[in-house]
Design a protein around this ligand. Structure first.
Ligand SMILES: [Zn+2]
Length: 471
């Protein structure tokens, strides 16, 4: 998770690491591979951006229903691709993470009906309590709950896809005004936001409208929602709906337009790393994905990864400590098989090889295209011609897919692309390979050798990692 008070930009030359908060650790795994008990929890993460505590704070919640990718991808982009210069934006991009990972509206029912009363036995009780306390935080001024809704909301019936019973392309308020609340003129604020957004439509069909559900007048369903919980507690809150008739990048595009309009209403200043157009939103969603585990000793580039990665070193003796470059990246499973998921999508499957780990390795000295580099485990080297891992006493090197005669230890050997068997790469383009370091039989750590060349990411020494923030 990004440090709370960090206003440092996520420099384009650094890889930003966000701890996914997945403590899949605590698993009792046995080297034998005998059946394993696993407690996998997919807790949501809160990313606090901005460092002006006295300035307005906007809370954005994505993924309350797991099959609405426009909302949770937009929220995730706020974490990875926006910097807040004034004011505060708090983002929960993955509220119902388990349902996101399973591409389900709700694995345990509809979470957005659990905010009025909820039995303590409900499997989502803790999640709901936790997000309630964030909503009630004194600093939060306005809450946006992002959804992808069906069709196109229109105040009057037009046809089956456009009418009052549809939800898409609307901004929802439970009532027009909320007394004694900051930004309590909900309808007025909503109409101003809509005017801004409607200036940026790609097609007139996408026009936004304000929808007032008049929840207080007896809408039993809406009474159970997250936004009405906020309203009952004197917090301005809006439901934001993009249309499910649109592709994900179009939905995220519109969500971001709505969010930016709210930021402008609230005087929150921001920068973003891409142009706000659907094609660039798509690129930003499909950006590089990195996954590190076991204190970064295991490190995988998940961009265009192969379906199956085999013989992945894991240890039963330590927590997995999953860290990821994106808050929607998750590792689920146990024992013989782990799935890597990015939001609703499957990225790869990991087949573990259990072994003992060694903690002693700090750097791996490597000659990359004749330049000497000290590379830390969990980093990537970009190689144009060749590289050589410089021998270190007590350590041996295993370069996966490297073909040569003889010796066990592949330190001290010049390695170029032609020396690899392509099928051992971790990516489908056969450009990225694992360089693993061992001390005796114990796994000490790894780096990746990337022959893509076009990448702007330089050798890993300037990577920045963001450790988990304890809430
Ligand atoms: Zn929804």
């Amino acid at each position: 998770m990004k440090p709370v008070d960090s206003v440092a930009g996520n420099g384009r030359h650094c890889l930003m690491w966000l701890y996914c908060g997945l403590m899949l650790c605590l698993m009792l795994l046995f080297p034998s591979g005998a059946m394993l008990a696993a407690t996998a929890s997919l807790d949501f993460t809160l990313h606090k951006q901005g460092a002006s505590p006295s300035a307005p704070t906007l809370l954005i919640i994505g993924g309350i229903q797991g099959d609405e990718p426009g909302g949770f991808n937009a929220a995730s982009l706020l974490v990875t691709d926006y910097q807040i210069d004034y004011g505060n934006v708090w983002v929960v991009p993955n509220l119902n993470f388990e349902s996101i990972v399973h591409r389900s509206r709700g694995v345990h029912g509809d979470m957005n009906r659990k905010f009025l009363d909820l039995a303590e036995q409900d499997p989502e009780y803790d999640t709901v309590q936790k997000i309630k306390s964030i909503i009630l935080n004194k600093q939060v001024d306005v809450v946006l709950n992002l959804h992808d809704g069906s069709g196109y909301y229109r105040p009057r019936h037009q046809d089956s896809l456009h009418g009052p019973h549809r939800w898409g392309q609307s901004l929802i308020v439970d009532q027009a005004e909320l007394d004694d609340a900051r930004y309590g003129n909900l309808s007025e604020t909503g109409e101003r936001v809509i005017r801004r957004v409607n200036q940026r439509l790609l097609d007139s069909e996408h026009r936004y409208h304000l929808k007032n559900t008049h929840t207080r007048k007896g809408d039993r369903e809406m009474e159970k929602t997250l936004t009405y919980f906020a309203i009952r507690n004197k917090k301005a809150a809006f439901g934001v709906e993009a249309s499910k008739s649109l592709n994900t990048e179009f939905r995220a595009f519109y969500h971001l337009n709505v969010i930016e309009a709210f930021m402008q209403e609230m005087g929150i200043e921001f920068r973003r790393d891409f142009t706000l157009e659907p094609a660039h939103v798509k690129q930003a969603i499909e950006k590089e994905l990195y996954l590190a585990m076991f204190n970064k000793r295991l490190f995988l580039d998940m961009t265009n990864a192969r379906d199956w990665l085999r013989y992945v070193p894991m240890t039963p003796r330590q927590p997995m400590q999953i860290e990821a470059s994106n808050p929607l990246l998750a590792v689920v499973g146990s024992g013989r098989h782990y799935k890597v998921r990015y939001g609703n999508r499957g990225v790869a499957n990991l087949h573990p090889e259990f072994m003992e780990f060694d903690d002693s390795l700090k750097y791996i000295p490597v000659l990359v295209d004749d330049r000497y580099k000290l590379v830390r485990p969990g980093e990537k080297i970009m190689v144009r011609n060749n590289f050589m891992v410089i021998p270190q006493t007590e350590y041996r090197v295993n370069i996966i897919g490297f073909v040569h005669d003889g010796v066990d230890d592949e330190a001290g050997v010049f390695v170029s692309y032609e020396n690899f068997m392509p099928r051992f790469s971790i990516d489908r383009q056969a450009k990225k390979f694992r360089v693993e370091v061992y001390r005796g039989d114990k796994f000490s750590g790894m780096i990746l050798a990337d022959f893509t060349q076009q990448s702007s990411v330089d050798a890993g020494v300037d990577l920045a990692y963001y450790p988990r923030q304890a809430d």
